[in-house]
Design a protein around this ligand. Structure first.
Ligand code: ADP
Length: 260
């Protein structure tokens, strides 16, 4: 069984961490006209790393957008530390880091200028922001490119800038939508290490359809298809009886589909 690693020396748990932090999702639904993108989704999250695993169109991004308060649910509630996020989103937003899937960039800004802009929007003081940007660029292997315009960045570099902006405020709730998409194997390993180092008293939710991301990173995996939560387990428990997590995942997803 994987042992929880202590927080990284240079990246301690943020001050004022609430050991009882929890995110309670109850009966969440999202409909887009005839499309029922998320169905009666109920899950209680405590600090740890949740991997949301499911095929394209399963509803992962929609669920994450609702948790990040970007999209309102059609019905159901999300409570962060007991308070209803639909009614008072501010507590969650203050401590949220979010990387959407369709992360847009400003091609004429340099990476540093862009991160300074996002940091200012998040209300981070100038000095603290500069130090934080330098640390994140270093962790994400982007220091050499900090002053270059984003327009010239490769897909993997842009994705790493997206990850940096999500981590700027040292969030206690981190929601990252397909963070490893577009990363090469070396970047992927680096990113996983960064996330592992950040774990501790935080709730981290990431989506993927790559089983190895979940196996090497998640303390919990939620398998989703057609907007429905099909399984919620520790990755090692899910694999039980199967050769690999991929096999277990396919059994669960195909087993839940109606016979053709
Ligand atoms: P995933 O992230 O797992 O690929 P999504 O949450 O993006 O899944 O999509 C779930 C379903 O909801 C899909 O059928 C998708 O086409 C639909 N959907 C997502 N966003 C919208 C939208 N803004 N308008 C209409 N349909 C949407």
């Amino acid at each position: 069984m994987r042992r929880k690693r202590p927080p990284h020396r240079n990246n301690p748990s943020p001050a004022g961490v609430d050991a009882a932090m929890e995110l309670q999702i109850d009966g969440l639904n999202k409909r887009y006209g005839a499309v029922h993108a998320v169905r009666d989704f109920t899950l209680r999250l405590e600090p740890g790393i949740l991997g949301l695993l499911g095929p394209n169109g399963a509803g992962k991004s929609t669920l994450m957008r609702m948790l990040a308060t970007v999209t309102r649910p059609t019905s159901g509630t999300v409570r962060f530390n007991g308070s209803d996020v639909g009614k008072s989103p501010d507590e969650l937003r203050r401590t949220l880091g979010y990387l959407p899937q369709d992360f847009g960039i400003y091609p004429h800004l340099s990476a540093i200028e862009f991160l300074e802009y996002i940091g200012a929007l998040k209300g981070i003081g100038r000095r603290a922001l500069r130090a934080r940007i330098a640390t994140l660029l270093e962790s994400l292997n982007l220091t050499h490119a900090g002053s270059r315009p984003l327009g010239g960045f490769s897909g993997g570099m842009r994705q790493r800038v997206g990850i940096a902006q999500a981590l700027l405020n040292d969030p206690r709730l981190l929601i990252v939508d397909e963070p490893t998409a577009g990363l090469d194997p070396e970047e992927r390993v680096r990113f996983r290490a960064l996330l592992r180092d950040m774990a501790g008293e935080r709730i981290i939710i990431f989506s993927t359809h790559i089983c190895s991301d979940v196996e090497s990173l998640a303390t919990r995996v939620a398998i989703v298809d057609h907007g429905t939560l099909l399984a919620d387990e520790h990755p090692l428990k899910l694999v039980r009886g199967c050769a690999t997590l991929e096999e277990a995942y396919l059994q669960i997803v195909t087993g839940a589909r109606p016979a053709a």
